[in-house]
Design a protein around this ligand. Structure first.
Ligand SMILES: [Zn+2]
Ligand SMILES: [Zn+2]
Length: 387
């Protein structure tokens, strides 16, 4: 029977000893296997995973490893379960946990950090100095589920209580998986200064983070919000999520278009989500003097950067990783208040057993896929029965 020292469970949520879990073998090789259901320790809960979204970072990890780090190296052939954008139901409480009741629906953020390094103490737990040091005699207890510890392409996972965010009943499972994506956009805007009401913002690249970046910037009161990209169907969704203007950079020079749409001037902030090779140089020409640029995506190759433009104009560049400073909690607040409809970027749902199909849809953008969600069969069936 499932149990652990001091762990609380409930007869309403019976927990099996074993669960289905996808594990990473060689690069691009995922195998469906069985694992023991993990047991929460102090300050942790067990989450029954009801839905998990596929992220471009999952595709990176499955293809070549980083930013996942397992036992001090690449995550291949280590019985590692990827997946990090999940939501579910709290079904067991670790020793001493009374912050949440069993049965609470939650979404998660990824990084628990170690809780003891300088950056964790500052709330920058996505930049934890003990990233991935959770094994052997260097064990600092760091968790980043789906990166340095097992993630969400399975039926159950343990989460630190600081990484679970209660969600209202009215929020669907699919929508809840998108909270962490909005949280990343929120963290980017937080690092830029956070006070964006009345300030002009450009978001470059209408991927999931860019599109929700538009939504969050608008919800924070930015004016105007301009979205640039190459695909008209994505730009249209950006408009629906609050962009005041969209620019297809195939038809128009992006820097000139931004200035034209902002009264002839550069904007206050750029959130760069495209990872295009020339994106930094374009971003530093889109901002006004003293403007700030947040880099949330990157090209694989090193690229030359016009440093003189940055120095002469006192431009600030911020690299951001993940969703620190409890940004996910703030993103959830916007979403539960229906300040924007994140489900506009959810396009497909597959059962957990069909994960390889779901990944193919996300990777090849089959049928214009944006966010592809996978649901554990039990949870999917349960929900249908409840409706
Ligand atoms: Zn992600
Ligand atoms: Zn830390």
């Amino acid at each position: 029977m499932y149990a652990g020292p001091g762990v609380k469970t409930s007869p309403d949520f019976p927990i099996p000893d074993q669960m289905k879990a996808w594990v990473l073998g060689n690069p691009n090789e995922l195998k469906l296997t069985e694992k023991p259901v993990p047991v929460p320790k102090k300050a942790e809960v067990l989450v029954r995973i009801d839905a998990v979204a596929i992220c471009a970072t999952d595709l990176e990890i499955i293809d070549h490893g980083p930013p996942a780090s397992n036992q001090g190296g690449k995550p291949f052939n280590k019985n590692f379960t990827p997946g990090h954008e999940y939501m579910g139901t709290v079904v067991a409480l670790g020793p001493g946990v009374d912050e949440l009741p069993i049965g609470q629906r939650v979404t998660v953020e990824i990084h628990a950090g170690c809780g003891q390094c300088k950056r964790c103490r500052e709330g920058m737990y996505t930049s934890c100095h003990n990233y991935g040091l959770n094994y052997g005699d260097v064990d600092k207890g760091h968790r980043a589920n789906g990166f340095t510890t097992d993630g969400g392409f399975c039926e159950y996972q343990v989460n630190n209580i600081n990484t679970v965010i209660p969600i209202p009943e009215a929020m669907s499972d699919e929508e809840a998986t998108l909270v962490v994506t909005a949280g990343t956009a929120m963290y980017g805007l937080t690092e830029l200064g956070g006070l964006v009401a009345g300030e002009s913002v450009v978001v470059t690249g209408p991927g999931p983070i860019g599109l929700l970046g538009v939504a969050v910037a608008k919800a924070l009161g930015a004016q105007p919000v301009i979205l640039t990209g190459t695909r008209d169907n994505r730009l249209k969704i950006g408009k629906e999520l609050g962009a005041d203007h969209v620019v297809n950079v195939r038809n128009e020079d992006a820097v000139e278009a931004v200035k034209r749409l902002n009264g002839g001037k550069g904007v206050d902030y750029v959130v760069e989500c495209s990872g295009a090779p020339n994106a930094v140089n374009e971003a530093v020409r889109m901002v006004n003097r003293g403007g700030k640029v947040c880099l949330a995506a990157f090209p694989h190759d090193e690229t030359p950067v016009d440093v003189a433009q940055i120095v002469r104009n006192n431009i600030y560049l911020y690299g951001i990783r993940g969703e620190g400073k409890s940004a996910t909690h703030r993103a959830e607040a916007f979403m539960s208040q229906k300040r924007f409809d994140a489900t506009k970027i959810h396009t497909h749902t597959f059962p957990l057993d069909d994960l390889p199909t779901a990944i193919r849809y996300a990777k090849d953008r089959v049928e214009d896929a944006i966010k592809v969600v996978v649901k554990a069969k039990g949870a999917a069936a349960h929900r249908v029965a409840a409706e």
